[in-house]
Design a protein around this ligand. Structure first.
Ligand SMILES: NC(=O)c1ccc[n+]([C@@H]2O[C@H](COP(=O)([O-])OP(=O)(O)OC[C@H]3O[C@@H](n4cnc5c(N)ncnc54)[C@H](O)[C@@H]3O)[C@@H](O)[C@H]2O)c1
Length: 316
């Protein structure tokens, strides 16, 4: 297969490029990324010299450039990670989110239809909106879409657009909706890298509201494994939830990191809650388990320690 991995210089996309190159010795990967503040060539250090890997700087909204990459490199499969991904930034201004997360996807799927390519859209659990903290409910792939931010609304809109292309144009597409990822290569503006880097520097760690908001923490390598399964074995036109079944409140996660770093809880600084802050995300993972055999391999503590070591090194 010849993959076009859009947004491949970001957190999850860079791990996916590496995953594919390690797993499939014949695979060719073209990583196409605008290199916004969130993307970095250093995320590709492990693979930049691989003869089956090429990096091209570009915007997914630039149809002419994407088309020339597809034809020149005889792409067979597009995996789209490219996105504006930080909710706090979406609250400040939504324009870039709509442009990349929605218009950008329309460019990719128009070309996927034109060249009869396999397309996978990397989406998020945030499209479902949230649950009350005390709830035991879980969102299934059939749940209503009730996004709370311009980020999640733009992702939900893109999901619907992809599904409409499946019906109208027989687009060979799948969608994955994943819970919070953690691991190396993530921008330090995000929650876990913020906790670690502030704690290492003995700085105050901002925690929204009372810190009781619940997230499910999926190791990034497991997300890559799930996407690969969906792309190779998933049913066209289907959506698959992906998660770890490892739910923690934000404050529990902060305390766990502080304890591993041997830092005092007095570094915790509760700040005014995020506008529209989702209380809890929780996904039903039965479909991906029963149809594709994906059961997340949870070694949360070991992966958390590796992640802490990585961000600690970046602080030195
Ligand atoms: N991080 C998570 O926990 C998480 C959870 C669920 C779903 N997702 C989804 O996974 C995908 C990847 O997330 P991430 O955390 O790796 O994001 P990220 O912000 O780390 O990376 C996004 C990448 O996309 C690139 N990019 C942005 N706009 C672009 C454009 N117009 N053209 C080309 N490249 C562009 C950036 O340069 C960056 O390299 C996103 O679609 C996100 O919605 C992320």
């Amino acid at each position: 297969m010849k993959y076009l991995v859009t947004g491949g210089a970001g957190f999850i996309g860079s791990h996916f490029c590496e995953y594919v190159l390690n797993k499939y010795k014949n695979a060719q990967v073209v990583c196409y990324d605008k290199l916004t503040y969130a993307g970095s060539l250093s995320n590709l250090n492990n693979i930049i010299d691989n003869k089956n890997f090429i990096f091209i700087k570009g915007d997914i909204c630039d149809k002419k450039q994407v088309e020339s990459v597809i034809t020149k490199h005889e792409i067979t499969t597009i995996i789209n990670f490219a996105a504006e991904s930080h909710v706090d930034r979406a609250i400040e201004s939504s324009a870039e989110f709509l442009q990349t997360n929605y218009i950008g996807v329309s460019v990719l799927i128009d070309l996927a239809v034109k060249y009869n390519l396999r397309f996978h859209q990397v989406s998020t659990d945030e499209v479902y909106g949230d649950l009350p903290i005390e709830s035991n409910l879980k969102f299934t792939e059939e749940s209503l879409l009730k996004p709370s931010s311009a980020y999640s609304a733009s992702k939900a809109a893109a999901d619907l657009l992809v599904l409409s292309y499946v019906k109208t144009f027989n687009l060979k597409a799948t969608i994955s909706r994943s819970t919070n990822n953690f691991g190396t290569h993530q921008h330090t503006e995000k929650f876990l890298p913020t906790i670690i880097t502030k704690a290492v520097k003995n700085q105050q760690i901002p925690v929204y509201g009372n810190g009781e908001n619940v997230r499910d923490w999926l190791f990034v390598g497991e997300h890559c494994r799930a996407i690969d399964l969906i792309v190779t074995k998933g049913e066209i036109g289907e959506i698959y939830n992906v998660g770890a079944n490892y739910e923690l409140s934000n404050i529990t996660l902060v305390k766990r990191v502080l304890s591993l770093l041997n830092k005092p809880e007095s570094l915790i600084n509760f700040v005014e809650d995020r506008k529209g802050h989702d209380k809890k995300y929780s996904l039903c993972l039965n479909k991906i388990a029963s149809e594709l055999g994906f059961v997340p391999q949870n070694d949360f503590d070991k992966n958390l320690i590796c992640t802490i070591e990585y961000y600690t090194r970046s602080c030195i």
